[in-house]
Write a protein that binds this ligand. Structure first.
Ligand SMILES: C[S@@+](CC[C@H](N)C(=O)[O-])C[C@H]1O[C@@H](n2cnc3c(N)ncnc32)[C@H](O)[C@@H]1O
Length: 257
C-alpha cells in the first residue's frame, strides 16, 4: 500500500483550515464518539500499572487526551506533557493555566520520528498519531522506542477494514455541524470552511479514509514488536472493529495491557 498523503501533514494547508480540521477531529472523538475519554481512561489504568509518574501525549494536536487526563482526579500527582510536531501552543497554554500543578507542555516542536530519550517513569501515548509515519519508517521508530525505558501505548481510532472505512463517512455530520457546536470564537472561520467553501469536511473524510488504509493489522504489529522487543518486554494488542490499542511495558515495570 503506497503512503497516500494526508492533508494534516501538509505544510501548505492554511492555518485557519488546519484549526478547523482539528476542531472537527476533537468534536468527532470527544462528543460524537466517546473515544478520547476512553483513551484517557485506559492511559490512567496503564500509568497506574506501570507506576508511571508522567504521561506524555505525543502528536497531541489539540491535546484532547491531556485535557481529559487533567480533569481526572486519578492523575493527581502525575505530570501531563502534551507535545506535537506542530504544537497548538495557545491550547497548551490554556491547559497549563487551568492545571498548573499537572500540565507541563513542551512548546517546542517534538518530532516522534526522531529518537528521543524519556525516563522509565514516563508513559508515552500516541493517539491517532503513529500512522502519520510511513509504514516502512515505523519499525525504526519502534526500535528506538524499544531501546528506551518508557512504557508505550499506541491508540488508533480506526482499522484497515471495510466496516471501519465505511464508518468514517459518518464524520460528515460533525464536520457540517461544527459551526453550530463549535462556540462563538472562530465562528466566521468555521462557517467559511465548513459551509461557504466546504473544503475542510472533504479534507477530513479523505484523511480519515487514508488513516484507515495506513493502519497495521494485529499480525503486522505482533511481528514488529516481537522483533524489536524480543522476549525481555511484554506487549499487548487489543483490537475492536474500529479501534486498536497496542501497549508495551516499561523496561523495569510490570506488563502493560
Ligand atoms: C490526526 S492528528 C491526531 C491529534 C491528536 N492526537 C488527536 O487524537 O486528536 C495527528 C497528529 O500527529 C502529529 N504528528 C504527525 N507526525 C508527527 C511527528 N513525526 N512527530 C510529532 N507529531 C506528529 C500531527 O501534527 C497531528 O497533530
Amino acid at each position: 500500500m503506497p503512503h497516500l498523503f494526508e492533508f494534516t501533514d501538509q505544510s501548505w494547508v492554511p492555518s485557519s483550515a488546519r484549526a478547523t480540521f482539528f476542531e472537527i477531529l476533537d468534536l468527532c472523538n470527544s462528543r460524537f464518539r466517546d473515544y478520547n475519554a476512553s483513551v484517557a481512561n485506559k492511559a490512567v489504568e496503564i500509568a497506574a500499572e506501570q507506576g508511571a509518574d508522567t504521561i506524555v501525549e505525543l502528536g497531541a494536536g489539540r491535546a484532547p487526551i491531556t485535557r481529559h487526563l487533567a480533569a481526572d482526579p486519578r492523575t493527581d500527582g502525575l505530570t501531563l506533557v502534551p507535545c506535537d510536531l506542530k504544537p497548538h501552543a495557545h491550547l497548551y497554554r490554556e491547559l497549563e493555566a487551568a492545571h498548573p500543578d499537572k500540565v507541563s507542555p513542551i512548546y517546542e516542536s517534538v518530532d516522534f520520528s526522531q529518537p528521543l530519550r524519556w525516563d522509565a517513569g514516563a508513559l508515552l501515548i500516541f493517539c491517532a498519531a503513529l500512522h502519520h509515519v510511513p509504514s516502512k519508517q515505523r519499525p525504526a521508530i519502534l526500535a528506538a522506542l524499544a531501546e528506551g525505558d518508557a512504557a508505550v501505548a499506541v491508540f488508533e481510532p480506526m482499522r484497515c477494514s471495510l466496516p471501519s472505512i465505511v464508518s468514517v463517512f459518518g464524520a460528515i455530520a460533525p464536520a457540517l455541524l461544527l459551526p453550530v457546536l463549535g462556540g462563538t470564537s472562530g465562528l466566521v472561520r468555521r462557517i467559511f470552511w465548513c459551509w461557504l467553501f466546504p473544503a475542510v469536511p472533504a479534507m477530513f473524510i479523505w484523511d480519515a479514509v487514508v488513516s484507515c488504509l495506513r493502519q497495521w493489522s494485529d499480525q503486522q504489529w505482533r511481528r514488529q514488536l516481537e522483533e524489536v522487543l524480543g522476549s525481555s518486554r511484554t506487549f499487548t494488542i487489543l483490537s475492536g472493529w474500529h479501534s486498536q490499542i497496542v501497549t508495551w511495558a516499561a523496561r523495569t515495570g510490570a506488563a502493560a495491557g
